[in-house]
Write a protein that binds this ligand. Sequence first.
Ligand code: ZN
Length: 342
Amino acid sequence: MWTFPKKSMRLPFSLAWVAMVGLSVVSCQPSPSPPNDSANNQTEIAPQGDRLDVTVTIPPQQYFVEKIGGDRLKVNVFVSGTNDPHTYEPKPQQLEALSQADAYILVGLGFENAWLDRLKSANPKMMLVDLAQGITPLSMTAHDHADHGHGEAEHTEEHGDHGHDKNHQATQNPETEEQVSVQDPHIWLSPTLVKQQAKAIATSLSQLDPPNANYYQGNLEKFLGEIDQLDQQIRQTLATVKPRKLIVFHPSWGYFAKDYDLEQIPIQVEGQEPSAQELGKLIDLAKNNGLKVIFTEPQFSPKNAEAIATEIQGRVETINPLAENWSENLSEVAKKISQQSN
Ligand code: ZN
């Protein structure tokens, strides 16, 4: 108990001073404004102490945040590599590192629910930014992919004898074959929605660091321009795709599909595998539409996708919803979709 003050007494004065400067960063004190002309100079490296410490959930968010924050941020990614963010368990040292964070930027829509309380208690003072705010969520509905064409009324008829109501649908029940409906969190795969998210990021960074608000705003404008270009490019790539459907292993591409007038047909929904009967319908659908590709993701085993691909005498293509270079990746995904009938 007495060793602590003794140790700190031994700290050289300069180190103690560094520690105090560090403290001011932790408590989100904005640093003094840099000269105006340096605000547009992207190659300038901001001094370490000036940087905001921001944590994001997935790599594409790092791409967005760095586009807007440039060298004024230090960005940590919570779920990286081939980890599946839907089932991720935070490591103790990750939660510990959050005590230094100025902000945590959430995907939202329940994506981080499993560890949200732990984030909050790891650092009650950090700003929590929910990128899904203001976005109208799509729903992900399980076990309806094989007969996706039907309307809500028909749905009720079909599943009416299960005896469950609408409220019930919002809860997951992996032990039954019940209809499961949850909000689709994959909002980072729609360029249109990423424009909205980019604006939210710029607003939050400006709140944390008001002296650099113009810098963030300038970067935002540039990034919005880049997104428009990407969007145009994807539209061109996908212009002649027929049929406008894609079979995916995991349903990440709902918002992307909506942007580009495509229909996503998922094999797995909310972690659940289809029944043999549903699988049969899916295979028929692929055959009837001449679909030759099952799109899978690096976060999941390709085994099931390969089995279905064999059934339809097609192939498996990997597309990554979590790639670090978001823009390049979406171009690549569009290209693969445009070549699926080849
Ligand atoms: Zn997902």
